[in-house]
Every structure is written in structure tokens, then in C-alpha cells.
Design a protein. Structure first.
Length: 346
């Protein structure tokens, strides 16, 4: 039986966020070509739902669909003046709105119909939000005591409205186990691919990414998308240093060596690197080494010691420390989870 994904839409939904869920989960196939997910759109009342574009979408299912969910996705809505009790589509489009999160963004709780819909979700189901859909989860108490993120334009507002939530403003998504949140619209792609990877392994997620022509994993966080002052005209990219480092991840690279690839001082290189990527050079390097280690664990039979050496962490102890810090699991546990079916383990 396929994994049931239910998307709960509200008036003012962003078509891109709804479409990406259907595209990504709908593209996931088993080795025999069978669909791994079924995706259903529901609303608080069946019928036409306004979007933030000049066309509506039709939801044929009401909130009762949530009772059969394995995963629930809550996209953002740009419409802030709805009572969320349903109602007929009256034509036109919603051209206004902002990333403020809706009428419950002040921490006053959800409208009764929306709260009742969320209460239908089974306790076993996973719940995730895209962009400011996180405001819905937070207002219902689902993020209390948890880490979460949302669009960078709204993180300050989100933190003030929901002090019980630990806001992580710089990341593309946060996996809190049962409850997950993502940053702006495109970060929903990163989150969906992560959930596919978690459910069915790296090979399936990579195949979905290839079909959709997106990277299986994006570097950095949303800090790189926050507007900054235009750099001075004579500034140059640090891409050559990154390309150079990616072919030498197993070596003990230094900041001075990276800067030398761009003929820059360490100070200038570090500043420009952070402007371009949102990360320090050493943070980026650790991230690339971790990604390489994950790939080796997923796709090869190499021992943990050898994976540590080939990914630049040196020792198995160092690799375990980085895995535990970044992913909350050991390398062996990660391999057991994401190793493709029928493959051996070291």
C-alpha cells in the first residue's frame, strides 16, 4: 500500500507550493515502477479555493481526508482576512498578502474550523509545513518546545508570536521527527526530497530529483538568499576554491589554502565566501564532507573507518561526532536507515 500524503490547502494558497508536493511525491517510484505515494488535496470545505494567482484550484475532499493520512503537508496562504470556514469562490484573485502568516500570527490561536481539521490527523501521522504554513502548526501548539523554521522575512515575527518555539532562521528545513518545517517556497522542494529520502532511501530521492531537474540536496541555508549590500565592483567569486576543495575532501585543507586558490587574503576570502554562500568556508567544507560521507555510507560497503578517511574526517570517532551533531544518529544507524534494499552493510 502506498504512503498517503494529504495536502491541506486554504484560501490564498500558493500554487507553486501545492504543485511541488504533487510533483515530487507523485514522481517517487519503486524499483518495479510502482507509485510509492498517493497525494490528495483537501480543504476545510470541498470546492473552489482561491489562490494568490488569477485562478482558483478545486479541492474535491474535505477535512475528513486527513483521518487517513500518513503525512500531512500544510502550504502557506497569502490571504489574511479569511474565517477559514469554507465558502464559495467569488472570482478574482488575491494580489495582496504578505508573509505575516495569517490572522492567528499574533499567537491568538487558530480559527475553530482549521483547529478541528488538524485534530483529525492521526497521532501516527507526520506533519510538515512549507513556508509560513509553520504559523498554522505553531498556533496549534504542534511546535511547542521544538525547533522550526519559516520564510526568512517572517522569522522575527514568528519568534515573537510563538516564544515556545526554537526558531532556526538560517536553515532550509528542520526535521523534528514527527513535525517538520521548511523555509520559503522553493525550500519545500528540499523538505519533500528529504522526506522521500527518509521514507525510501537516497536512490529514490535522487531519482525524483533527476526527474524534476533539481539538486538532491542544496548547499547552505536560506541566509544566502537574504538581500545584502551589492559587493564592491572588483569582487570576484569564490567558486574556484569550492571546486578545488571538492576534489580534495579527504585532505586536511586549511583556510589559507582555500584563499590562495582565489589569490585573496584570508580575511577577504572569508568575507566574500560568506556573502556568496551564507556559511563560513570551514562550515561549508564540513557540510561537503558530511554529504560525501553520507553518499559513501549509502552506496558502498566501505567500513566506517574508511568512510571517515575518504571524506576528510580522519577518524571514525570524528565522523560519529559530526553525524551525531548534524543528523542526530551514528554513521551505522544512518547506513541502516538509508541503505538501498538488498545491499549489504559494513
Amino acid at each position: 500500500m502506498s504512503h498517503s500524503v494529504i495536502v491541506l490547502v486554504r484560501h490564498g494558497v500558493l500554487p507553486m507550493e501545492l504543485g511541488l508536493v504533487h510533483q515530487l511525491f507523485g514522481s517517487a517510484r519503486s524499483a518495479h515502477g510502482e507509485p510509492l505515494y498517493s497525494v490528495t488535496t483537501c480543504a476545510l470545505a470541498p470546492g473552489l479555493i482561491r489562490t494568490d494567482a488569477d485562478f482558483p484550484i478545486r479541492a474535491d475532499h474535505g477535512p475528513e481526508a486527513l483521518e487517513h493520512a500518513d503525512t500531512v503537508l500544510v502550504p502557506a496562504s497569502h490571504e489574511e482576512d479569511e474565517s477559514y470556514t469554507g465558502g464559495a469562490y467569488t472570482g478574482g484573485s488575491y494580489a495582496g498578502g504578505s508573509y505575516a502568516g495569517g490572522p492567528y500570527a499574533g499567537g491568538d490561536g487558530l480559527p475553530p474550523a482549521l483547529a478541528a481539521a488538524l485534530d483529525r490527523i492521526p497521532a501516527r501521522a507526520r506533519i510538515a509545513s512549507i513556508c509560513t504554513g509553520a504559523f498554522v502548526l505553531a498556533a496549534h501548539g504542534l511546535l511547542d518546545g521544538r525547533s522550526a523554521t519559516t520564510h526568512w522575512l517572517s522569522t522575527d515575527h514568528f519568534a515573537r508570536a510563538f516564544p515556545a518555539v526554537r526558531v532556526e532562521p538560517g536553515v532550509l528545513y528542520v526535521d523534528g521527527g514527527r513535525v517538520l518545517t521548511s523555509a520559503g517556497e522553493a525550500a519545500g522542494i528540499d523538505l519533500c526530497l528529504h522526506m522521500i529520502r527518509r521514507d525510501f532511501g537516497a536512490a529514490v530521492a535522487a531519482d525524483v530529483a533527476r526527474r524534476t531537474v533539481v539538486p538532491p540536496h542544496r548547499e547552505g541555508g536560506q541566509a544566502q538568499y537574504i538581500p545584502r549590500p551589492v559587493p564592491e565592483p572588483d569582487s570576484s567569486s569564490t567558486s574556484a576554491a569550492r571546486a578545488w576543495a571538492l576534489t580534495r575532501l579527504e585532505q586536511p585543507l586549511t583556510l589559507r589554502e582555500l584563499a590562495a586558490q582565489e589569490a585573496m587574503s584570508v580575511r577577504t576570502f572569508s568575507r566574500r565566501f560568506r556573502e556568496e554562500s551564507g556559511l563560513t568556508p570551514m562550515q561549508w567544507l564540513a557540510q561537503q564532507r558530511l554529504a560525501h560521507a553520507r553518499q559513501l555510507l549509502e552506496e558502498t560497503d566501505r567500513t566506517v573507518d574508511r568512510v571517515a578517511a575518504e571524506s576528510g574526517f580522519g577518524t571514525a570517532a570524528s565522523l560519529r561526532q559530526h553525524f551525531q551533531s548534524a543528523l542526530g544518529v551514528s554513521p551505522r544507524a544512518y547506513r541502516a536507515t538509508f541503505r538501498g534494499p538488498g545491499r549489504g552493510s559494513a
